[in-house]
Structure formats: C-alpha cells, structure tokens
Ligand binder design. Structure first.
Ligand SMILES: O=P(O)(O)OC[C@H]1O[C@H](O)[C@H](O)[C@@H](O)[C@@H]1O
Length: 542
C-alpha cells in the first residue's frame, strides 16, 4: 500500500484545512468578499474560467498548489513535453503535444526532431482532403466521393465523432459523415443505410490495427463495398484509407500503404484526435480549419507549460477536481456543455479521464491508499435539467459540475440563446446559493412542504464562458482537459497513459467466441457464465 502521498505535509495541511472549510457555505464566502466573483477567474487560450463557485478560499488554492509542487508537477510537465518515457509501463514517451507543435518547432525524441514528420503527415492529409473535396479523387466507377464512414472505436472514434459534431457548423455539408464503432452489426447496418458504395469512402482508424471491433467492421465494409461494386477487388484502393501506427497490418488487410496516414506509439489512443486519426475532422472542416484547431491545442499547451501553477487553468481545474475527490469524497464530476454542438463532449471526456486516471496502483506498482479518477458524465444543457439535475440540487451526493457555455450562438435565432444562457447562469447560482427554509416560507409554502422545497446549496461548479465555439476553441478545450487529467495523475502518482484494465475482458471474449459457435466445446467458466453461454446456445436461432 502506498501512503507516501497521504503522509506528505502538503496533504496533511489540506486535511487540516478541510476540517476548517467543509462547513462553510458558498453563500457566506460570497457575502464576505464582494470581489470573489472576479477574483477567482482566469483567461487562457481563448477560454475564460470562473472558479469562484468552488468550496475554497485563497488559502485552499495556496495549499493545493503546494501539493502540486510537492508532487514536482512542473518537472513532470517538462518531462512530458520533452519526450521522456513517462509512460513507464509501456516504455513510451507521451508526446501528443508534438502533434500540434507549429511547423519549425523542435521536439526531440530519441535524438530526432519529430515535428517535421508530424507536418509531413498533416500535409499528406491536407492534399488527400483537397482531392476528395474537389472531386479529383474518384471512386472506382468514376463517381465523386459523397459519403465518408469512419470505422474505429475508443480513441479512434470518440474524438472524431465529438469533433465532427462540435464543428458541424464549419463543415462541408456536401459530405455525409457517419461513424461506425460498435461490433454490434446494427451499428454498421444503420450507418451505411442508404449509402451508394460507389460514392463511399471508408476510413479504417485504428492505432494498433488489431482491435476486434474495428477489424470486424472493416471486413464487413469491404464485403459491403465489393457486393455493391460487382466483386471487383481493385475497388478497395479507391474506397479505403487507413489511419494507423501499424503499416504491416494495414498492408495485410489489403490497404495500400500509400493510402495510409500514420502516427506514432508516443500518441495514446485517447490523445489522438489531433493526429492522423483526425482525418474525418479534416475532411469535414478542411485543412485550414484543422490547423486552427491544432493552434488552439498548442496555445493551451504553451499556457500549461509556462504559466505559474496558481495562474494555470488545467492545474487549477485538476486541483479542484482532486480537492472534491480526495477531501470531500465526491465520486463523480458532471460536465454540462450548454451547446448542442458539444453533445458528445462528455462521452469523449469519459475515455480521456476515466481510461487515463482509472488506476489503483502507483507508478511503483503499490496499491494507492486514496481515491483516484472520478467518474465523468454529463449531457448537454438544458436537457439534463429536466432529467438528472434534481439529484445534483437535492440529492445526497456531492457532484461538482463543469458548465461550458458560449457568449455567441452559432445559430442566433430569436431569443433562444439568451434563454439558454439564462439557464446556465441560473443553474450555477442555484447550486451554489440554494434556497433556505426561511426563503421557502416567505413564498407562502405550507410548513409540511418546506423541507421538500429547500435547496441546501453549497454545491460547487466551474463555469467556462467562451466567446464562440470555433475549431481553435475546441482545440484549447480538449487540451485543457488533457492537461487537467495529467495534473491529477501526477499528484496521485499513477500512470495516466496505459490502459491495462481493458485487456482482461478482451482476452476472455476471444476465448468465448468459439464456445458460442460450437456447442461441442466444453465450458469451464464459473457456473453463472457457463449457464448464460448454454442458454445463449439453445436460444439463438442459427
Ligand atoms: O485505435 P485502436 O488501436 O483500434 O484502439 C482503440 C481503443 O481500444 C483499446 O481497447 C483501448 O482501450 C483504447 O485506448 C483505444 O483507443
């Protein structure tokens, strides 16, 4: 068991401080300091953060920053940016920040500047995108490509889908974009419904090019294409491209490596939407839009690397998240974007945060004696308000919230946006301030209903208030959360860059497939699993 963190002075100071602050109400903290709403704010890389509605004071922030310092966060940040092999369990560097380094920058890994390679791939992607959108690249029968289907899962799906949805306003509406991820054939069947194979391009996105779901869907796509094009195998070259680090497997699948866009093992799957994995994003918003997005990422990277810890947005948000997880016992964090375009942002963040910080051993392999990554979840506002906000306002769990809102709508129609924004401001206020029994009584509520209508308040939130959703802002926003995750991972002394926890299920599924396909195979699982498999065998129709 590793107790190093909880035995540190910085941690003990926070524990002591927590006993002093835990019963203080945000109502009082705001009443005591009229400048609070301006004091605890920060601007970086096009984002404005108001973190004043958190259960903390200036002293809390000092102690949290001291904790970050005692975990040598600045050194760890530098180790990441400079390409040290900080992903120790996989013996890899972690250089997603190099993917958005400007042309001409230098990021040396293994004695080689990787930035020219990054830009070489970006340039090839741009030229491919231009050929598709101009119609120069034609399908096998000479038709223009009008449909793009991205086949990938996890990091090879969630980032591309999220970015496509987020940047739809800027996208080429002549291209129909679909995304297939699930091994459930329904996903493939519904996503290709109504598409003409002669006008369809499949992007097979897989870092490893071995993932069961993606390879199954890619094979089905190939069969679907050939079926629609009279079985002519030479059609594959015009209708399939691959995004991968594994050239050999791409070739073995039958995709010419000329039609492959590569990246490197120093890019984790959940950190790859700005690599070649972003080809669908680039097809949608064009090469200039994609470069703008990369510039936003880079601006946040620079902020994270250079700003003092107490003025550093990802550090502040990471520390506040940790404050609730480790000192208030909060188990989840809700991400609530007040923008329909960000509808998939919470799902994207789930992989980023939970696959990264869902660990229970330290870098040295010892069981941690404290909680690590929180459960991230959320839905776009205002939909969530009519669903689960009840629990956030009046339930027994403390759920810190991140509100994400934009001052300008990309679809300014009537007074929709003022109404949307009124709601996000109202929610933050209601959560923090609540409504006392006296206030409820003053409204003439009968005494028996008073307890039901009281809002305790003192429920914390951050508000990111941003000018307008653009490709650049999306880049900054994603980088903000990436670095927030890293900040927490460093303090918890875990490895945010491996994902061994997904392996066991994969391994067992592989062994079960033949057991489902032949009743002759003897079952040797636990009695529940055996019985379920037997029932499946007898119930399935073929
Ligand atoms: O891109 P791929 O190699 O196909 O991997 C897709 C996904 O599957 C794995 O199981 C990992 O848990 C994810 O981190 C990864 O993003």
């Amino acid at each position: 068991m590793s107790n190093t963190l909880v035995q540190s002075d910085a941690w003990k100071n926070l524990q002591q401080h927590h006993t002093e602050i835990k019963d203080r109400h945000l109502r009082d903290l705001f009443a005591e300091d009229s400048t609070r709403g301006k004091k605890f704010t920060l601007e970086a890389a096009g984002l404005f953060l108001d973190y004043s509605k958190n259960r903390m004071t200036g002293e809390t922030m000092k102690l949290l920053v001291a904790l970050a310092r005692s975990a040598t966060l600045p050194d760890r940040i530098e180790a990441m940016f400079s390409g040290q092999k900080i992903n120790t369990t996989e013996d890899r560097a972690v250089l997603h920040t190099a993917l958005r380094a400007p042309r001409g920058a230098e990021v040396v890994f293994d004695g080689k500047n990787v930035v020219p390679d990054v830009h070489e791939v970006l340039d090839r992607m741009a030229s491919f995108v231009n050929r598709i959108s101009s119609g120069e690249w034609k399908g096998h029968t000479g038709k223009k490509i009008r449909n793009v289907v991205n086949i990938g899962i996890g990091g090879s799906d969630l980032g591309p889908v999220m970015a496509y949805e987020a940047l739809r306003h800027y996208s080429n509406r002549e291209l129909t974009m679909r995304f297939v991820s699930n091994v459930d054939a329904t996903d493939f069947a519904e996503s290709t419904q109504g598409l003409d194979p002669a006008e369809t391009l499949f992007i097979v996105a897989s870092k490893t090019f071995t993932t069961q779901e993606t390879m199954t869907n890619a094979n089905t796509a190939r069969a679907w294409l050939l079926d629609g094009l009279e079985g002519d195998k030479s059609a594959v070259a015009k209708h399939f491209v691959a995004l991968s680090t594994n050239a050999e497997a791409v070739r073995a699948f039958g995709i010419d490596t000329d039609n492959m866009f590569g990246f490197w093992d120093w890019v984790g799957g959940r950190y790859s939407m700005d690599s070649a994995i972003g080809l669908s994003t680039m097809l949608a918003i064009g090469p200039d839009g994609f470069r703008e997005m990369l510039a936003g990422f880079h601006e946040m990277d620079t902020h994270y690397r250079t700003a003092p810890l107490d003025q550093n947005m990802p550090v502040i948000m990471g520390l506040l998240g940790l404050w609730y997880s480790n000192f208030f016992g909060a188990q989840t964090l809700a991400v609530l974007p007040y923008d329909q375009y960000l509808s998939r942002f919470p799902a994207y963040l789930q992989q980023l945060t939970m696959e990264s910080n869902g660990k229970s051993v330290t870098l040295e392999g010892k069981r941690v004696s404290y909680d690590t990554g929180a459960v991230y979840w959320g839905e776009p506002g205002t939909n969530g308000q009519h669903s689960f906000y009840q629990l956030i306002h009046q339930g027994t769990h403390l759920i810190p919230c991140d509100f994400i809102a934009f001052a300008n709508s990309l679809n300014p129609i009537g007074d929709h946006h003022d109404k949307l924004m009124a709601n996000v401001f109202a929610q933050g206020e209601a959560l923090a301030m609540g409504k006392t029994a006296d206030q409820v009584r003053a409204e003439g509520t009968s005494e028996s209903l008073v307890p039901h209508r009281v809002f305790e308040g003192n429920r914390p939130s951050n508000t990111l208030l941003i000018d307008k959703l653009t490709p650049r802002v999306l880049g900054s926003l994603v980088a903000l959360y990436e670095h927030c995750v890293f900040t927490q991972g460093v303090i918890w002394n875990i490895n945010p860059f491996d994902q061994w926890g997904v392996e066991l299920g994969k391994q067992l599924a592989k062994a079960i497939i033949p057991e489902l396909q032949s009743s002759d195979v003897k079952l040797s699982h636990d009695s529940s699993t055996n019985a379920l498999i037997e029932r499946y065998r007898t119930t399935k129709s073929s």
